[in-house]
Write a protein that binds this ligand. Structure first.
Ligand SMILES: Cc1cc2nc3c(=O)[nH]c(=O)nc-3n(C[C@H](O)[C@H](O)[C@H](O)COP(=O)(O)O)c2cc1C
Length: 341
């Protein structure tokens, strides 16, 4: 029997397949469905700094997803598109904790040090097993230097870590000059986990309305590559556990993340499309692959292809930019010679 058990943020999980923050957790039946579907831990949707600051209904950051969701796959009425506010968030967290056996990870989203970070302590009191902190900082001021953005992020992380004694994972973006340096400083600032990477939802231009509009597109399996690369590079440089989020759609995606060094691999898009039952299907495929390759456990695979674990130490570092570009062939050449010509 393959051992899929995994230790993430000090929590013993039955498998590395975790539900990332999504609208599914805005209702208790969504939380239950994730556990029933096979998620080994559940990250709640985020409580936002601005919701706390103004204690009013905040606009959801993740609009427009309805058309791709799997609404018909479960008997749900549509998920609320706005978050109900801090007190309701804590109530839901308490209820979720009582309703399921898998660990519940609270989620806070903000980018300035300040009073709102006290909610880290409240999330702990409400029963969360750990906290995921999403520092959603888009550097939009040309007068603010990159070093200041980094210092600011670290201040938020330190403040949150001081306000809670449960493990804290930090969900980060790709937008740093040196991801390795920032990740190591977050690790030293107290982060027990790093969640790679935050997907920034790029606005789109609607030519008809002649407006810039928010637009959410769900991930594709290719979205995982950037995180897999940096997890592979970070393995061995940080003590924090690493979680892969973005582009995990099947067992292959999860296995690649683990081979690069991820402790857990998280899913939202795939679950929104096909329902929480995907966790069990992917778990079965993980077992089959590991069995076929004669692994006894998922732990054996972890980091086997990271920069430090692999025989080809420089594979993740080498951009191989020129070789990659040179390898491109026009589609007709790739298909081989056309018969009769
Ligand atoms: C509709 C929707 C809502 C989301 N809500 C949150 C959220 O509240 N907090 C957060 O940190 N991430 C949120 N995310 C991001 C996901 O947790 C996840 O990191 C992202 O979708 C990439 O993973 P995936 O490729 O498996 O979808 C949301 C994503 C979607 C699609």
């Amino acid at each position: 029997m393959i051992d899929l058990s995994t230790r993430y943020l000090g929590l013993e999980l039955a498998s590395p397949l975790v539900a990332s923050a999504s609208p599914l957790t805005k209702r208790l039946d969504g939380v239950r469905a994730l556990e029933d579907g096979g998620a080994s831990a559940i990250v709640m949707h985020s409580l936002y700094e601005e919701e706390i600051a103004f204690d009013q209904q905040a606009h959801d950051h993740f609009l427009d997803f309805g058309s791709e969701a799997f609404a018909e796959a479960l008997d749900y009425v549509p998920f609320p598109q706005t978050s109900p506010g801090p007190e309701q968030y804590l109530d839901l967290l308490r209820e979720a904790k009582a309703a399921v056996d898998v660990p519940i990870i609270g989620s806070l989203n903000g980018d300035t040090p300040g009073g709102w970070t006290r909610y880290a302590g409240m999330i702990e009191e409400a029963g969360a097993d750990a906290l995921e902190l999403n520092v959603f900082l888009l550097a939009s001021d040309p007068d603010v230097a990159g070093a200041d953005v980094e210092a600011h992020t670290l201040d938020v992380v330190r403040e949150v870590c001081e306000r809670t004694s449960i493990p804290v994972a930090v969900k980060i973006s790709t937008f740093w000059s040196s991801i390795l340096d920032v990740a190591r400083r977050l690790d030293r600032a107290g982060a027990d986990g790093l969640v790679l990477f935050n997907r920034f939802y790029q606005p789109d231009i609607d030519l008809e309305a002649f407006e810039v509009l928010p637009r959410l597109t769900l991930s594709t399996p290719e979205s995982a590559r950037i995180a897999v690369r940096w997890i592979g590079m970070l393995d061995g440089h940080v003590d924090a556990d690493m979680a892969l989020t973005s582009g995990v759609h099947d067992a292959e995606g999860a296995l690649k993340g683990i081979a690069a060094g991820a402790t857990v691999t998280m899913m939202t898009s795939q679950i929104l499309k096909h329902g929480p039952g995907r966790f069990r299907e992917i778990e079965a495929d993980l077992r089959t692959w590991l069995e076929e390759k004669e692994y006894d456990s998922v732990a054996q695979l972890r980091g086997a292809l990271s920069r430090r674990g692999s025989r080809d130490e420089e594979a993740f570092v080498r951009a191989n930019y020129k070789a990659t570009l040179d390898a491109w062939r026009p589609p007709s050449t790739r298909r081989g010679p056309i018969p009769g010509r």
